[in-house]
Design a protein. Structure first.
Length: 257
């Protein structure tokens, strides 16, 4: 079972404080800087689709793909109430390591650490290859990931987050365990859900394996697939990555050969 199939029920509530509008503006700035004529975007690992709705509002044609049936169902549920430019938006269920849509795009994005969910070199290269095969010559591939030097310096720790709406209250406990010889952090999630009407309490447990990455290994893999790196900076700030930079954004261009 995909790890997000149960988690998806509470995903949007837990991340209701996430500034999707600002993140979309940031992606738009990168696109305008490096490929200003871009019109079409493929979002690999789109989750419940929130970035995609903002991108469509900005005038892009967007296709979102995700391997979680529950995430796609959530995205389509939002889509059913989305009236503006609905013909410019599409969602597909599929694994980013092997899906083939038989079309190309100006830009491929993969946000919120989707690349760090690719735990092996084979999986990461397969995801990069999917991006390359779906890009027009000279197209952009923009993705973020957990940055190894920061993960090893500012070690992951237990975090507790709560959120609620009119129906439920959710408490999420994240307990990480680091495996330095594998470049992996296992995040063990315990999600406690209380129904406000019935006072019934339920629980979901999931383990997310996250790979932290280093710039030289990414450079080598991208070059092997046929990408030329353009920029590597801290997500949203454009600072040079450092020991305090957990989230790094990579911009690369598909070869024109």
């Amino acid at each position: 079972m995909n790890i997000f199939n149960k988690y998806a029920d509470y995903y949007d509530l837990l991340y209701k404080d996430k500034d999707y509008a600002a993140e979309t503006n940031y992606i738009e700035q990168l696109i305008e800087k490096y490929l200003p004529d871009a019109k079409s975007i493929l979002d690999m690992g789109c989750g419940t689709g929130t970035h995609d709705f903002f991108l469509v509002e900005k005038g892009y044609h967007v296709t979102g793909i995700d391997n979680s049936e529950a995430n796609i169902k959530k995205a389509l549920g939002k889509f059913s109430t989305f009236n503006s430019k609905s013909s410019n938006l599409n969602f597909e269920k599929g694994n980013i390591c092997n899906i083939r849509l038989n079309q190309t795009f100006d830009v491929v994005i993969s946000l919120f650490h989707v690349m760090s969910y690719q735990n092996t070199n084979d999986a990461l290269k397969s995801a990069f290859r999917t991006a390359k095969l779906h890009l027009k010559q000279g197209g952009l591939f923009i993705f973020d990931f957990w940055y190894g030097p920061a993960v090893l310096t500012d070690r992951p720790e237990v975090r507790i987050k709560s959120a609620e709406d009119e129906a439920i209250k959710v408490i999420r406990i994240a307990e990480p365990e680091i495996f330095p010889n594998e470049n992996i952090v296992e995040v063990n999630y315990q999600v406690i859900i209380k129904d406000k009407v019935t006072d019934k309490v339920s629980e979901v447990r999931e383990t997310h394996r996250m790979r932290y990455l280093f710039k030289p290994e990414i450079d080598d893999m991208l070059a092997e697939i046929g990408f030329t790196p353009i920029n590597c900076t801290e997500w949203m700030t454009n600072r040079a990555p450092g020991f305090d930079t957990w989230n790094v954004c990579f911009v690369t261009r598909a070869s024109t050969e």
